[in-house]
Design a protein around this ligand. Sequence first.
Ligand SMILES: NC(=O)CC[C@H](N)C(=O)O
Length: 371
Amino acid sequence: MIYCKRGYKGYLYLEDGTLIEGCGFGARTIRAGEVVFTTSMNGYPESLTDPSYRGQILVITHPLVGNYGVPEKQRVEGILTNFESEEIQVEGLVVAEETDPFKWNSSKSLHEWLASEGIPGISDVDTRSIVKKVRSHGVMMGVIASGYELEDPRKYLEKKYDEIDFTQFTSPKAPIVHLGNSGETIVLVDCGIKHGILYQLHLRGFTIVRVPCKFTADKIMDYYPKGIVFGNGPGNPNLLQDVIKNFKDLTEYKIPILGICLGHQVATLALGGKVKKMKFGHRAINKPVIDVTTNKCYITTHNHGYGILSKEDLPQNTKLWFYNPDDSTIEGWMHEKLPIITTQFHPEARPGPWDVTWVFDKFKKMVSRNA
Ligand SMILES: NC(=O)CC[C@H](N)C(=O)O
């Protein structure tokens, strides 16, 4: 018998039939999702609110989570500076040990935060063994139950992660504007944007018009943007045929475009490249990427389950910019004729090291040249 400090048990059921018993925390409820892991050692307020985690149950490998609690939301020009979106996005959280906070600016505990947003957590499980399973089997669906017995877990597993368009939950329904002081307006195609990306763009003076993920090229051009950003977002990029078409239509205007993560994947598909599911993805804040133009290695933030798996899958008329020395996957490209640059990793690094925020400076220069 394990002692559960919140007074209730918790379970994680994996699609391959594995049932793991632990303690429940957060909301008492049951949810299904794709089980993924992150090796980030901190930044859980940012990770849990990253919209790209929609539809996923997150396993954090760092053994102790919650010790600095959850801060109050802070904003600059409507942009959150310490969370990635307004709410928790993961379907559930799995940790080895969850703790009450010991920090001056904590407003609530991890347990209270999850409970207040209806998200289940489980603790007191061997997260390393879950990771080993996911690494050898590949990502799989799972069910998390906190404060409930899990009698017939398979009934929650009807829907497959790869077949759901999660942008319907994470993209705004109408445009949102964040004013800047440089006189340059850019449009950001928002399929579930991380506020860290908005903040980096704001720091460079742009007025940012966030438009719904599926806004057409015509509607985007109504704003006369000097540049366009296709940002991060959840789920399988191959399902987003409308967004892919819009990207393609926008290339006619020869405006500078920056694609980040999902945006990089959409750009790749729009120009004829291939984006495929990875075995277990990259989710961490210390992933190396090599810039082939300088041969420098940077340590970067990642959260993706799909990718350009080899050079052969790059679109035509593009040249390799970054690759990952761990598994040789493609981490970014530049177009040979059009002002388009993309990164699979997250240059805003929230959470993570600021090695590569200069990607935003590069985009800024491209936009200024276009002005
Ligand atoms: N962070 C992202 O934009 C993720 C992109 C895509 N949903 C993936 O998992 O690969």
